[in-house]
Design a protein around this ligand. Sequence first.
Ligand SMILES: [Zn+2]
Length: 475
Amino acid sequence: MIKIYNTMTRRLEEFKSLKENEVSMYVCGPTVYNCIHIGNARPAIVFDTVRRYFEYRGYKVNYVSNFTDVDDKIIKRANEEGVSCEEIAHKYINAYFEDTKKVNLKEEGMQRPKATDYIEEMKDLVKSLVDKGYAYESQGDVYFQVDKDKDNYGCLSHQDVGNLRSGARVEVSNIKKSPLDFALWKKAKEGEPSWDSPWGKGRPGWHIECSAMSGKLLGKTFDIHGGGQDLIFPHHENEIAQSTCGVGGDYAKYWMHNGYINVDGEKMSKSLGNFFLLREVLEHYEGRVIRFFVLGAQYRKTIDFSDTELQQSKTGLERIDNAILRIKEKVKDGAKENGENLEELKVDVETSREKFIKAMDEDFNTAQGIGVIFELVKKINKYCDIEELSENGIKYLEMAESFITYIMEEVLGVLLKKDTENLGNLTSELVEFLLEIRRKARAEKNWALSDEIRDRILKMGIKIKDGKDKTTWTL
Ligand SMILES: [Zn+2]
C-alpha cells in the first residue's frame, strides 16, 4: 500500500487511485526561457521516479508535464535576443530534452503539452469563470476575483483570505478589485504574442495554463499534482481556484511538493545568483551521478548541493557498480564442486526486495530504498570474497545482480556501469597496470615493491585481494 504525504491535508495518506490500477499525474514543467538549473532538475527527476515506482507496483501511469512557452520571461528574453518568442521556446525546449536525457528521464508514454497549443481551452476556462461570476474583465485584462471563492481559497497553502488580504501589498491599481485578484488573461502589449478573445487581443496568465492543460488531458479530477514547494502559493492555489470554480470536480486528489536545494545553507534561486545550470553540473559529473545524488534524499527534504555531496554520491554509486562487476567476475570464474551454496544470499535478496518496497511505499523514501541496496552490496562483497562457489552460489549471485540492476536502472532510473572500462575516473586499466607491475615484483620476490604498490593502491580506496592464481580488486 502506497502512502503519500498530501500537502492539502498535511497528512500521510493511503493512496487510492480514481481508476483501478491507473494513476493520473500532472507536474508543472519549466518556463522555457533558459536552460534548466539543478533546482528545476529535482522535480523532473523526483516525479520521473514516482512514475517509475508506480509502474513497478503495477499501475499504468498517465503522466503529463507541460512547457510554459508564453510568459513575461520568454517575451523579455526574445526582445533581448531580437528573435521571436517561438524561437526562444523552441531553443530551450530542445535544450531541456538534451539536458534531461542525461539524467535518464523516461519520455516514453508521457505527454508534454505546450501552453500555446491549448489557447482555446484556456479561453474557454476563462470564459466559464466570467460567466459564472468568478472573474471580471477590466481594461482588456481578465482577473479571478478571490473574494468569490473565499471559503476555499487558501486551502492548499493553509492561509485564509482575510489574512492574505491584510498581508498583501497595497498595489496602486485601479484595474483590480482587490490586490489578491490574479490575472487569467492579459491584454496584448505592443510586440507581444497575442490571440483573439472575447476580451480583445491578449494572452493567457501563467496559472490558467496548467488548469486548462491538466483538465483537457487528465479530466476535471485526477490523482496527483506535483511540483516544487515554491509553487504551492500562489501558483497551485490559483490552479485549484480556477479549476474547481470553472469546471467543478476536485481537481487533484493528492498534492506532492519536493523540497528546495540549498547551496551553502541558502536556498538556490535565480534571484540570489547561487544557482547552477544542469548542463554546468553535467560538465563535472555524469548524469547518473546527479540523479543518484538527487534521489539520495527523500523528495520532501531539503538537499545540500555541494561538490562534497556530489563526490559522495559518485563514490557510493561506484560501490554499487563494483559489486555488480565482482558478481560478473565470479560468474565468469564458474562454479566449483563443493563450493559454497550461499543459501543466505537467496534470503537476503528476498528481504531486500521487501524492505525496498516498504521504504518506497512510505511516501517514496528513495533515501531508505538506496540504503537497502547498500546493505545488500555489503553482503555481496562478503560473498564474493569466498573463493569457491557452487552452482547455487553462482545462481544466487546472479539473482542479486538482476535485482539490484532492475531496481537501480528501471525503478530509480540510475544507470549502472556495465564493464570495468568506464569506471569513472579510476580507469580500471590503470589499476590493472599497477597490479601487473606488482605481479612482476612478486615473481621476482621483490616483496618491498609489491607491498608498496599494495599500500598505495589501498590508500586510493581500492581493495585488492590475492587469490590462488589471480589478484582481484574492488573499490
Ligand atoms: Zn503549473
